[in-house]
Write a protein that binds this ligand. Structure first.
Ligand code: NAP
Length: 263
């Protein structure tokens, strides 16, 4: 039952909490981080907690960093690293969207392809994509991010079906967190205010939007990562994971209803 599990973006938030949870369950966890400073902090914390974590820097947009995983025999790859971007599609600089897709989709897929080499050869493995409920329902003013998660969810579902054809015992699942308080959402929603100035179509609505965002997050965000971490652990340990794992469940229900009513 003990698995070798690599997780990206484990320098903070959901990724780091998942690393602790999987290590506590006896797995060999390889927790990778965006930069060296995060890696050093995480190594120090693992020592102080007395937890065996293997930690190294893996910027998923760096080909050299990605190549490191070829030396590892992974049972599970958890594609958790992600970036956020916000702003109206009517006026956002499209290069901002490209940068989000570079991390959330293209680099994630490139890393996955490397992991799949070993998994398909060994006829064993699981790949998890940490997408979002923003990849199921379009989120106005978060579309640069939301679109990247739609694309990631589509990629995960399509890859799952392709690997099923191979009958190679390599599984793919989507993790779809709702709003969870890690600081990610606040940083993402604030990014648009750096450029949505007086020239923006929405300049007259910025103050109302800021207040509405603060209210929404205060109301909706889960205060802890516990529920989504439990789902990731379940998916990582499953013999045959299902397609989607969503948490908190109430936000998952909200998304289902939104889709039924055609949002
Ligand atoms: N929190 C939510 O409400 C929520 C909801 C749905 C989905 N998600 C998804 O959950 C995942 C984790 O998010 P989180 O809330 O835990 O936020 P987070 O703490 O910001 O986690 C994202 C991690 O990815 C890292 N990262 C960014 N670019 C990277 C790259 N090129 N290579 C490697 N690592 C990179 C970040 O490093 P830096 O901190 O240095 O940028 C950060 O450590 C993300 O994919 C996010 O889209 C979060």
């Amino acid at each position: 039952m003990t698995k070798t599990i690599l997780i990206t973006g484990a320098g903070s938030g959901i990724g780091q909490d998942t690393a602790w949870a999987l290590a506590a369950r006896g797995h060999r966890v390889i927790a990778t981080t965006f930069d060296e400073a995060q890696a050093a902090r995480l190594r120090a914390e693992a020592v102080s907690r007395g937890v065996a974590l293997q930690v190294f820097k893996l910027d998923i947009t760096s080909a050299a960093d990605r190549a490191q995983i070829l030396a590892l025999e992974l049972d599970v790859l958890i594609n958790n690293a992600g970036v956020g971007e916000s702003g109206s599609l009517a006026e956002v600089d499209v290069d901002r969207i490209r940068q989000v897709f570079e991390v959330n989709l293209f680099a994630t897929l490139e890393l996955t392809q490397l992991a799949l080499r070993g998994m398909i050869a060994r006829q064993r493995g699981t790949v998890l994509f940490v997408s979002s409920i923003a990849g199921r329902v379009p989120m106005p003013f978060l579309m640069p991010y939301s679109m990247s998660k739609f694309a990631l969810s589509a990629a995960g579902a399509g890859l799952r079906a392709e690997l099923d054809e191979l009958r190679c015992n390599v599984h793919v699942a989507l993790i779809e967190p709702g709003a969870i308080h890690t600081g990610f959402n606040q940083a993402m929603t604030d990014r648009k205010y750096a450029w949505m100035g007086p020239q923006s179509y929405f300049a007259g609505q910025v103050e109302r939007m800021k207040a509405a965002e603060a209210r929404t997050f205060a109301l909706l965000e889960a205060k802890s990562t516990r529920s989504i971490v439990a789902q990731i652990v379940k998916a990582a340990e499953a013999r045959k994971p299902r397609l989607r794992y969503v948490a908190p469940w109430i936000q998952g229900l909200g998304v289902r209803l939104a889709r039924v009513f055609g949002v």
